[in-house]
Ligand binder design. Structure first.
Ligand SMILES: [Zn+2]
Length: 387
């Protein structure tokens, strides 16, 4: 038995680890969380705690994080009385988040992340803890550096509502360094219709009672947005879109640009329209893109258990079965108010995934692809921002 002493921690450390989708800026903006605070993240559901602070990312060996900027949608206010109460409890914060155009809030989310990154300096050495990467040229320079480099942060945008129906706004986000945009989110926007986004448990407490019409799809503006994204070289994320919209996107884009699903599960494992069917996973592969597994129990599994790592493993296996080893990735959605797996609740615990993948029988080169190399390929191919 030559492989009884596999140094899984070393394998994890040596790999490029990329989280395709997480929301640290949301916690900074809503709850004034500081990304350099050395707090032990809570394991239980605690909406105020943070799971992708720089300390946890470092501990978890994360090299690169694609940080989602999200302007909270106004529909949330109509559908949840608790959030509506914020208007009276935190009037200034409410006005900042809900009292202004989506585009302005989204731009400010980018500022918030950039400010958090520039403020993150090691107390002792004075060296930066994190660094913004706003173009492919910067990404390539980053990859040339030694492993003890700062954590790389790349912007992405969640929900085309932030465009406010104006195609020119896409260009403004692109110039700021937004590498990909998720077209849909919780509510219908000018471009596309979404799937139902919440666990039933959230509905039980009297929030988000509304339904979503799954046979609605992409709008004419949505088609225009897609063409503009391909022209610019901003990567297109189909997560949250209705199955109808997704099918149309695969048809329109074909193999002209890599399509991604940045935080999803597999329909074959958990049959929910949010999750992708085998033929969709294959279409994403054919486009040169990746399908990234979400670390959220609700989408991963068809029955209630908090042992999410089993389902992360099963979903990865399925993505590979349907789309191939070169087209799978991870997109945790940490800090997006998700129900996190008990056995992999924050970025600091990510080495446990590598441990599990070894136990599942994957080779080291395959593990490295899953953990980050596939995403790097997609970024180099699909993100056309040079400077
Ligand atoms: Zn999302």
């Amino acid at each position: 038995m030559s492989n009884t002493n596999i140094d899984w921690q070393q394998i994890h450390r040596d790999a490029m680890v990329v989280d395709m989708h997480a929301h640290p800026s949301l916690k900074v903006s809503l709850f004034n969380r500081i990304l350099t605070a050395r707090l032990q993240a809570s394991r239980s559901f605690d909406p105020f705690s943070i799971h992708t602070d720089f300390n946890s990312l470092k501990k978890g060996g994360v090299d690169l994080l694609l940080s989602a900027a999200y302007a909270p949608e106004h529909g949330i206010l109509q559908e949840c009385k608790y959030i509506k109460a914020l208007k009276y409890l935190m009037p200034r914060k409410w006005k900042k988040v809900y009292g202004r155009p989506y585009f302005d809030v989204a731009m400010e989310m980018l500022d918030i992340m950039e400010n958090a990154v520039s403020a993150a300096v090691d107390d002792e050495s004075g060296e930066p803890i994190a660094t913004m990467i706003t173009s492919v040229t910067e990404l390539e320079a980053f990859l040339q550096q030694e492993k003890d480099r700062p954590i790389g942060i790349i912007h992405n945008m969640e929900g085309a509502h932030c465009l406010e129906g104006k195609i020119d706004n896409l260009d403004k986000f692109f110039q700021r360094g937004v590498a990909y945009m998720t077209l849909a989110h919780f509510y219908a926007n000018e471009a596309v219709h979404p799937c139902f986004p919440y666990p039933e448990s959230v509905q039980k407490v009297g929030c988000f009672k509304g339904d979503r019409n799954l046979v609605l799809g992409l709008t004419t503006f949505g088609e225009e947005v897609i063409e503009k994204m391909i022209e610019l070289g901003m990567i297109l994320d189909i997560t949250h879109c209705t199955p109808m919209a997704r099918c149309r996107i695969y048809d329109i884009v074909g193999q002209r640009a890599p399509i991604i699903a940045s935080h999803v599960g597999a329909y074959a494992v958990n049959p929910n329209p949010y999750n992708l069917r085998n033929e969709e996973i294959k279409k994403i592969s054919d486009s040169g893109g990746v399908t990234a597994v979400i670390f959220m129990n609700y989408w991963l599994m068809p029955h209630a258990t908090n042992r999410g790592l089993n389902f992360i493993s099963r979903t990865i296996e399925h993505f590979i079965h349907a789309g191939g080893i070169d087209h799978v990735a991870i997109g945790t959605d940490f800090d997006g108010f998700t129900d996190r797996p008990d056995d992999l609740p924050n970025a600091a615990e990510l080495p446990r995934l590598t441990q599990r993948l070894i136990a599942d029988g994957y080779s080291v080169p395959h593990i490295r692809k899953i953990l980050g190399e596939n995403v790097l390929r997609v970024l180099k191919q699909g993100w056309k921002k040079k400077i």
